[in-house]
Design a protein around this ligand. Structure first.
Ligand SMILES: N[C@@H](CCC(=O)N[C@@H](CS)C(=O)NCC(=O)O)C(=O)O
Length: 214
């Protein structure tokens, strides 16, 4: 990661192990400099208020541009990175045969799977009784596993889109660590588990891996 502070510097508000690592991996592989600012969405205090001021959803990743522009949503950051560094080849270009699948599954990951964490991680935000919270979690966990099975069925191999690494694989790399957890993926989604294994072995991501998945 870079720590320069020139006018073009991007500042990524992050928390280790969170979706911010997907954006960090994208920037790293694309050679885009950025600086990091640690925030904690779950603990009351100045860093939570700092995050709230720029992203009322209190979510990381949140990206700050030098001109004050705020970008939320990891998929927006991934697509922005591809605009800045198209040569990295992590987002299939318009006209590429894999572009429709890329767009579909990128959106599926952030619009269908990622929200299951929003709703199940802290169910007390949505329903008040312990019984309702347990039911909500169980139901979301089952739905999430069904969605991952659908992603697994769509994976071409060795990378999600086939022979070429894409940003989808960076999502898979991070998300196989989240519930239902890597042993579940190894047993039930082996193509996705293999993608995570392959990226774990990529030396370009070693520092990120150590910092986010100790
Ligand atoms: N749609 C967002 C989801 C981001 C998100 O949910 N991030 C989690 C961490 S991995 C978060 O900040 N959660 C805090 C909370 O829900 O309170 C994206 O793709 O960037």
């Amino acid at each position: 990661m870079a720590h320069d502070t020139d006018a073009s510097t991007l500042t990524l508000l992050y928390n280790p192990g969170c979706g911010s690592v997907i954006v960090e991996a994208m920037f790293t592989l694309a050679g885009i400099p950025y600086q990091l600012e640690l925030v904690d969405p779950w603990t009351e205090g100045p860093s939570k208020e700092r995050l709230r001021a720029v992203n009322p959803l209190l979510q990381v990743p949140t990206l700050l541009f030098a001109d004050g522009t705020v970008m939320t949503e990891s998929a927006a950051m991934v697509l922005h990175a591809a605009d800045v560094a198209p040569g990295a080849g992590l987002v299939p270009a318009a006209g590429d045969a894999t572009r429709p699948a890329f767009l579909r599954w990128l959106t599926y990951l952030v619009a269908s799977i990622y929200p299951t964490f929003t709703y199940a991680d802290v169910p007390s935000r949505y329903v008040s009784t312990e019984a309702a919270q347990a039911e909500l979690r169980a139901s979301i966990f089952a739905q999430r596993e069904a969605m991952w099975r659908q992603v697994e069925a769509a994976a071409v191999g060795p990378w999600f889109l086939g022979e070429r690494l894409s940003a989808i694989d960076l999502y898979v790399w991070a998300m196989v660590r989240w519930r239902p957890g890597r042993p579940w993926f190894i047993a039930s989604a082996p193509k996705l588990a293999a993608i995570a294994d392959a990226l774990d072995a990529d030396p370009r991501l070693a520092a990120l891996k150590a910092a986010n998945f100790p």
